[in-house]
Write a new protein. Structure first.
Length: 577
């Protein structure tokens, strides 16, 4: 079957044009051709919706020429195979034609060369087209994000540079602003749900962002889970904050991903043009700094940059570096708080609490450096060290006090650790190495972590349970979420958050605690109440049937030596009795 080819013939002779078509037919082509001999005719032909495959042109005609035809193709930015077919063409003329853009030339008396020339030029046209597409692709990737089709960091900075220059040139008082937004739990979502669903979430987030701004504003993806927004025309500072709040609300709506509802908080930093920064990178850095401070204050979805934030950022960077060294050099230590039976008053277990005594800053609050470790990924090595250190310490105590063979030591597990693919193998290796039984280990997981990843972490929890490791929901009651997950997750214990215990005279808290205890018992779960500080609280919890408790009424968190003294008193008194 002949190959179809669309040929535009620039020729003033109908007979010569027909000869070219006949020659192509002999060579195995089915030519569809149109003859033109003026610039206007060629312009009209080039408007045809179906593209031409090749142009065959006489070199010189009364009303038109091959050179003029080549110039017309250049004007319209068309790169078509162009072959000159002329009765007489000298060497100098041929060289000039090739320089003008022709791809080959043939003498009309030697048309046997026509088909091979057309075949070659069609092949080379495909190669040129592929090269152009590759070049366009590279250009696109240099300035756009392939996943979301938004501008990338480079193009965003160019837009921002132009905005700064334009504002300086016009000396306008009108403000513009840079917003930097981070999807805070993206790493956990990616680990839990996989790359495909997390990518879909990013695309959905990009579309929502575009809905929140005007067509004159710029939305860009500048990092794995970060978006930048350039608000180009603002009348007042408050407008930037209002738009940021609107974006925060819009992205707070859960994403529907293949029948899954996925929620992730966002943090937004705002930097205004009245800071006076001339470099776009400086303005973006200011928005980044404000975004970090928005992360620290979970009550606020967005934060406006001020100069004092830089100093706090420097301090944070130093703290991160010091924490990394503290983990690597063993500068952290563990404290342990007894978990007591509310029935017998005896110690039934110990909760592990990490402490950091900084060489120059003193005691760093756990909530400060643990949050920092989660943000930086240091929670993985930190969590491994805590788990290993606690288990080793329990084995030592078991050798000193045989009564501890039935004890469990509780270790907090972060959501990032829970999503780590190496978690199970690391725990197996640790238990085997220490010859420690699984029932001696209790892992405490916050309710919010479970609710964010309930379906994704079920398999991990089942594997832990298969090793007889006990599982406890920490901070229970503050998640404000459905409790249906308690029915299918392999949980042993719920720990009532201290916020419900500390107010003795609050009837509402009493009702909540009572409801939690009853719910847990109906599901055959144990209950631990934390934050017990008074006899009144203790008696109240006993009356509700709460099994275990911890708090300053029994003991504050103690270091290794103090725990040994406490255990010695506990068991010496027991033996004496």
């Amino acid at each position: 079957m002949n190959k179809l080819v669309r040929v535009l013939i620039v020729e003033d002779s109908e007979d010569d044009a027909e000869l070219l078509a006949i020659e192509l037919e002999r060579g195995g082509y089915q030519p569809i051709y149109q003859r033109v001999d003026t610039k206007a005719d060629m312009q009209a032909a080039l408007q045809d919706k179906k593209p031409w495959d090749v142009v065959l042109a006489d070199y010189s005609m009364p009303k038109f020429s091959a050179t003029a035809a080549l110039n017309l193709l250049k004007e319209q930015d068309l790169d078509l195979p162009f072959i000159i077919v002329s009765g007489k063409i000298g060497e100098d003329t041929a060289v000039a034609a090739m320089k003008a853009g022709a791809h080959d030339y043939i003498v009309k008396g030697k048309l046997a060369r026509l088909v091979p020339a057309v075949e070659r030029e069609l092949r080379e046209a495909v190669i040129r087209q592929e090269h152009r597409q590759a070049q366009e692709r590279l250009k696109y990737l240099a300035y756009y994000d392939e996943l979301t089709n938004l501008p990338n960091r480079s193009l965003f900075l160019e837009h921002l540079h132009q905005q700064i220059k334009s504002s300086q040139k016009r000396q306008e008082d009108r403000l513009f602003a840079v917003l930097l937004l981070c999807i805070d739990r993206f790493r956990m979502i990616k680990y839990s749900l996989g790359h495909s669903l997390s990518d879909r979430m990013l695309v959905a987030a990009a579309r929502r962002l575009e809905e929140c701004v005007s067509s004159q504003d710029i939305v860009a993806r500048i990092g794995a889970n970060e978006f930048a927004i350039l608000l180009t025309k603002l009348e007042r500072e408050e407008e930037a904050q209002q738009i940021a709040e609107q974006i925060y609300r819009h992205l707070s709506i859960p994403f529907q991903l293949r029948k899954r509802l996925v929620f992730s908080p966002v943090s937004i930093g705002i930097a205004l043009s009245n800071l006076g920064y001339k470099q776009p990178e400086k303005l973006l850095q200011a928005a980044d700094t404000a975004m970090y401070h928005a992360k620290l204050d979970s009550a606020k979805g967005s934060m406006l940059f001020d100069e004092g934030m830089y100093q706090r950022a420097v301090e944070r960077l130093r703290l991160e570096s010091d924490l990394r060294q503290a983990i690597n050099n063993g500068q952290l230590h563990l404290n342990y708080q007894p978990i007591v039976s509310l029935t017998t008053g005896k110690i039934e277990g110990l909760e592990t609490l990490v402490r950091w005594q900084h060489s120059s800053l003193g005691l760093i609050p756990p909530e400060k450096f643990v949050l920092l470790s989660e943000e930086t990924g240091l929670i993985v090595p930190l969590g491994q060290w805590i788990l290993s250190e606690a288990c080793q310490q329990l084995v030592v105590w078991q050798q000193q006090f045989p009564q501890l063979l039935t004890f469990s030591i509780s270790v907090n597990l972060s959501g990032i650790q829970l999503s780590s693919p190496n978690l199970i193998s690391q725990i197996d290796e640790l238990l085997n190495c220490l010859e420690l039984k699984g029932e001696n280990l209790k892992l405490e997981i916050t309710e919010s972590t479970l609710m964010e990843n309930a379906s994704a972490v079920t398999n991990v929890l089942e594997e832990l349970k298969a090793r007889n490791i006990k599982l406890c929901i920490d901070d229970f009651g503050i998640g404000y979420s459905s409790l249906s997950y308690l029915r299918y997750l392999p949980i042993d214990t719920v720990k009532i958050d201290r916020s419900f215990i500390c107010h003795e005279n609050c009837q509402k808290n009493f009702d909540i605690v009572k409801a939690i205890v009853n719910l847990a018992h109906n599901l055959e779960l144990d209950v631990i109440a934390e934050g017990i500080e008074t006899e009144t609280q203790l008696n109240l919890l006993r009356s509700l049937g709460c099994e275990y408790g911890q708090g300053y009424l029994f003991s504050q968190p103690l270091d290794h030596e103090a725990i040994i003294a406490l255990l010695r008193r506990e068991f010496v008194s027991e033996n004496y009795t």
